[in-house]
Design a protein around this ligand. Structure first.
Ligand SMILES: Cc1cc2nc3c(=O)[nH]c(=O)nc-3n(C[C@H](O)[C@H](O)[C@H](O)COP(=O)(O)OP(=O)(O)OC[C@H]3O[C@@H](n4cnc5c(N)ncnc54)[C@H](O)[C@@H]3O)c2cc1C
Ligand code: SF4
Ligand code: SF4
Length: 1009
């Protein structure tokens, strides 16, 4: 059998016969360029292997043709779902076939039989959304449920938090219709019903297993969580839990956990479970970590659906975060070293409350009376599960080259040894100068722990040493070395260690039987490479054939916070700028993406609108971060950072900042795009449109004076078409209307106080505010600024606003959007200078347009403007943030008139990125009778100038149609509140409805004077 080979570079040529055939004979998308391949060279592991090509099939027929071509031209194939594998399962030198874009149908749901049949690219959450109406779910609830595909879950034999109740994938897959390496198709299902080739394969495996019976019994880990190797034990399961409930044998289980090495799964039939009607949670507090580990074996006897560990480090992280602190505090008794989240699920709450009583009694029996916080209500349970998830995310966001590394992160040991195992492993880490944070599935003896290692400097040697010692412990305690995430590249070599040479040979025989030509995923499970082969690393160390290094680049923004290293023992991060990054920290910021794939989600939140509508890896945050990393490390060739591939990857990023908040490791692509644009435009030049957008705050006042002339352009009129040709502004778009009555020319002076009066009021502890009126609200929608002034004045504030002899103070947003960072810096510096005396006196700087005001809290801090920028940022508040804060402090006592209409609120992306949407609802609730509802929407799609551009118009509308516009249309009588000027414009353009700023609604409800 051929051994694993690194990417043969001559394979990847557009004129290679197999590539020509693929392009000609299928309808799928074939990607041969280095950037596209590079984006598929990594998954959530430490590895990187360049594929020969990437293929996104449109149909199952495309897959069949692609497999045929691959077979005939000896091109290995790697099946890929979301690519969230942690061990390198989806990184390889062959043809990567991505199932996620088109192969995602639910082909059948049989409610009576409680089964569903699906295509491999279907995402778990999407399946469960479809099943909900039937009161069913697919209960293998992996943490990556929002992006993990059923094909990938089966490939890895994935396991959810509730596996103690429902089992792993192998316990829940009842059939796989597969394509074989020889071109045949086979239904892998119940062996009793198998005929023909299926019966022959079953017979082959049965004989093989019988031959190796004694070896299987001797070497097979007897734990639920064993996912290494092939399921050669399917005729005589060695798992704590039989693979089928009736003792029958199912050949599909041979493919589950095979990591795509035996066949292509084209349809999977799954066993469903009733959705539990009720859940309760008991949080057990432990004074020692060991105590928690020792108690798990007793707690599982109560029949919980989950027992999840949260250790002290994670507790502290949660307590340090204002958003999570109350939830975590509510779960704690004193200062525990660890907590176990013990969940019970069932038909009725009453029955489950009984379970909580049992838990309390058990803990008392174990010498820990009064250690359980009981949570019977849904809301606190949900909040605590969220905290657990977020705690992990914060842990993964450690800056510096040392990162928590997955390689022994899912060893599973029998529960009675859990405490000894974790103690011993902690000592191992200490011996190697590192430590691990523990979390996850105490119920089944699988504890995720990742020591912090620097894979660029000595990490490989430490990884080997720790793996050797950890494996000895796993053997001592009769556990499974591979207990959840699979073998891939990091645990493949441990298969022979775990199962012995005879079973390893049997695995080879299975591979030979089903895939003699080694077509599917070579080098996985059979003939794996060494886990510490530096050539396979994403960051190859010195001494590897091509060590990782970054290009020299002088960034325009300040990235020094990322230019750091860390201490693996204490996780202390060194001082900013000391990390030795040749790009000043910019590359390290991009390298923060660990490929976990969270940005491929479609559920609540914003991230990532361009992926949501295109489903293209290139247009996900991960795709962009990977393109940046590859370009900045010279892997895309010279000048790639400002080349076409980079530009294409950035093109659909709407700078919504969704990733800034929602990416677990804090990848802030909106800021990265500014850095990219600055260099790209510097090299290739600014277009007329760029210059016009950037200079809007300057010429806007002049155009306002000749508003009737400036407004001559009509959508689809000749001027609009001319504008599309010359400037690239979509002819079909309406543009904001110019008006002579700008805020600065029409403001009601009686509402405003002088600078001196405002400062004096603030210094005397009185009510004072500075209303910052931005370009958009000042020039085009002055009614918003007037409304805000009215409301603040009515509430008794001394309100000041900035004035200039010519023009107005601007935050630089339009210049930033055009990559003119120097110009933006000059503008925002002027604004900050003007605001500084007020900020120093503690006067809140109140803004209306989220993207403008929040520039002061975000980009302005990265423009080398020093302490004064920090001072101003601390006082910068959105109008609604200010009103909510003051109302909470009892300083905003207006008797508003009631509102009777329903209110729908669309949050601007930047509001969402700063967690400022909830306060809009709080403020609206100040109006008697108001019951505001938030539209569950991502980006509106307009995103500054993005949606106006002809090249982006279609994508912009798709983003809007994803949820925002349908929600607006569905509520014809509702008042629509949207604080972003571009959001309001998009709603007007797309739904023909007027949306208003929250300040206007408040002003309308002011009592008559
Ligand atoms: C933050 C994080 C949390 C995680 N939590 C969990 C967890 O709770 N439980 C858990 O078990 N795992 C977890 N994982 C690992 C991973 O998310 C799961 O294994 C997931 O099921 C993989 O799904 P995917 O679509 O990303 O598959 P991929 O990574 O794309 O593929 C997985 C394997 O399946 C194969 N495959 C894919 N499609 C096919 C097909 N059509 N035919 C044949 N083979 C195919 C691939 O070749 C590969 O070997 C986690 C990962 C991360 C990054
Ligand atoms: S960009 Fe963030 S969310 Fe997306 S894969 Fe990378 S780390 Fe995960
Ligand atoms: S800023 Fe928005 S569009 Fe751009 S990568 Fe982040 S989430 Fe996606």
């Amino acid at each position: 059998m051929p051994s694993f080979t690194f990417a043969p570079s001559d394979m990847t040529r557009a004129d290679a016969p197999w590539a020509r055939r693929l392009a000609a004979e299928t309808e799928g998308e074939l990607m041969l360029d280095t950037a596209s391949r590079g984006r598929y060279a990594t998954d959530a592991s430490i590895y990187q292997v360049m594929p020969a090509a990437v293929f996104v099939p449109r149909s199952d027929r495309d897959v069949a043709v692609a497999l045929e071509i691959a077979r005939e031209h000896a091109v290995p194939v790697l099946a890929r779902g979301a690519g969230t594998s942690q061990c390198g399962q989806t990184t390889g030198a062959g043809l990567v076939i991505d199932t996620t874009k088109h192969l995602r149908e639910v082909t059948g749901i049989d409610v009576d039989a409680m089964t569903a049949t699906v295509e491999p690219g279907l995402v778990l959450d999407h399946l469960n959304a479809r099943l909900k109406r039937h009161g069913l779910w697919f209960p293998v609830d992996v943490s990556t449920s929002a992006q993990a595909t059923i094909g990938g879950m089966a490939g890895n034999n994935s396991c959810g938090s509730r596996s103690i109740r429902y089992g792993n994938m192998v316990h829940n897959v009842v059939g796989i219709r597969a394509r074989l390496a020889d071109g045949g198709e086979l239904d892998f299902g119940p062996v009793a019903a198998a005929t023909g080739r299926a019966a022959a394969v079953a017979g082959f495996v049965r004989d093989l297993a019988a031959t190796h019976r004694s070896e299987i019994v001797a070497h097979w880990p007897k734990v639920l969580r064993r996912v290494g190797g092939y399921n050669l034990d399917l005729f005589d399961p060695q798992s704590e839990r039989p693979y089928t409930s009736d003792g029958s044998v199912n050949l599909a289980h041979l493919l589950v956990g095979a990591e795509g090495t035996l066949a292509w799964s084209r349809q999977l039939t799954l066993k469903l479970a009733p959705l539990p009607a009720a859940k309760v949670l008991g949080v057990v507090n432990f004074p020692t970590f060991r105590g928690a580990m020792a108690a798990a074996q007793h707690i599982v006897t109560l029949g919980p659906t989950a027992v999840e560990l949260v250790d002290r480090t994670m507790i502290e992280l949660a307590l340090a975060n204002p958003a999570f602190a109350p939830t975590m505090a509510a779960a704690l008794i004193g200062a525990p070293a660890a907590i176990l989240l013990v969940e019970f699920a069932g038909e009725s709450k009453a029955g489950l409350v009984e379970k909580l009583v049992n838990l309390v009694e058990l803990m008392a029996d174990l010498g820990q009376p009064g250690s359980v916080v009981e949570m019977a209500a849904e809301a606190p349970q949900k909040a605590l599960w969220e905290v657990r998830k977020a705690g992990l995310n914060i842990m993964m966001s450690l800056k510096g080259d040392g990162k928590p590394v997955s390689f022994i992160e899912d060893c599973a040991v029998p529960l009675e040894h859990l405490a000894d195992y974790t103690d011993a492993l902690t000592e191992v880490f200490a011996r190697h100068g590192t430590r691990g944070t523990w979390y996850a599935h105490a119920s089944v003896g699988t504890l995720h722990v990742r020591p912090i290692l620097d894979m660029r400097r000595g990490g490989a040697a430490k990884m080997r040493a720790i793996a050797e010692e950890a494996s000895a412990l796993v053997r001592k305690y009769k556990g499974a070395y591979s207990g959840e995430h699979g073998d891939g590249l990091c645990r493949g070599e441990w298969i022979v260690w775990q199962f012995g040479p005879a079973i390893d040979a049997a695995f080879r025989a299975i591979k030979r039987e089903l895939d003699p030509a080694n077509l599917f995923s070579p080098g996985r499970i059979v003939d794996p490479p060494k886990m510490d082969d530096g050539a396979l690393f994403r960051f190859p160390p010195a001494g590897a054939p091509a060590p990782y290094r970054t290009i020299a680049l002088l960034p325009v923004l300040d990235w020094s916070a990322w230019n750091v290293q860390n201490d693996p023992l204490t996780e202390t991060v060194m001082s900013p700028g000391s990390g030795g990054d040749s790009t000043g920290g910019f590359a390290k910021a991009a390298e923060m993406c660990n490929n976990n794939g969270h940005c491929r989600k479609f559920d609540a939140g914003t991230m990532c609108p361009s992926f949501r509508v295109t489903r293209d890896e290139q247009h996900s945050t991960r795709g962009r971060a990977n393109t940046l990393r590859l370009a900045l490390s010279g892997q895309l060739g010279e000048g790639a950072f400002t080349g076409d591939a980079m530009r294409e990857a950035m093109d659909l990023c709407v700078s919504c900042k969704g990733c800034r908040r929602e990416c677990p490791t804090g990848v802030d692509m909106a800021r990265m795009k500014i850095e990219f644009l600055a260099h790209d435009k510097q090299r290739h030049g600014w277009t007329l449109k760029d210059r016009l957008i950037a200079a809007l705050p300057d010429y806007g006042h002049a155009l306002a004076r000749i508003a009737p002339l400036a407004n001559l352009r009509r959508p689809n009129g000749w001027l609009a078409h001319f504008g599309e040709r010359v400037l690239g502004i979509a002819a079909s778009r309406s543009l904001p209307r110019w008006r002579a009555e700008t805020f600065w020319r029409t403001r009601d002076e009686s509402l405003f106080a002088s600078a001196e009066e405002t400062l004096a009021a603030a210094r005397a502890g009185g009510k004072a505010a500075l209303l910052f009126v931005d370009t958009f609200n000042g020039l085009f929608e002055s009614e918003n600024a007037h409304a805000a002034a009215h409301v603040l004045h009515a509430a008794g504030y001394a309100v000041h606003t900035l004035a200039r002899a010519r023009g107005h103070h601007c935050c630089g947003r339009t210049a930033l959007a055009s990559g003119r960072v120097g110009e933006a810096r000059a503008r925002v510096a002027g604004l900050i200078d003007a605001l500084l005396p007020f900020a120093e006196a503690g006067v809140a700087v109140v803004g209306l347009e989220p993207s403008c005001l929040l520039t002061l809290r975000d980009e302005a801090l990265a423009m080398h403007l020093g302490e004064k920028a920090v001072t101003v940022s601390k006082q910068a508040l959105l109008f609604e943030e200010f009103v909510a804060r003051e109302a909470k402090a009892g300083r905003f006592d207006i008797a508003f008139t009631p509102v009777n209409a329903p209110i729908l609120v669309h949050g601007h992306c930047h509001q969402k990125a700063f967690g400022a949407t909830g306060v809009i609802l709080d403020v609206l609730r100040l109006l008697p009778g108001a019951k505001p509802e938030l539209i569950e929407s991502s980006c509106c799609g307009m995103a500054g100038s993005f949606g106006y551009e002809a090249s982006h118009h279609a994508v912009s509308m798709q983003m809007a149609e994803a949820s925002l516009l349908p929600a607006v249309r569905a509520a014809p009588g509702a008042i629509v509140v949207a604080d972003g000027t571009s959001c309001r414009h998009q709603i007007a353009d797309g739904a023909g409805r007027e949306a208003i700023h929250v300040a206007r609604l408040l002003a309308r409800a002011l009592p008559a004077r």
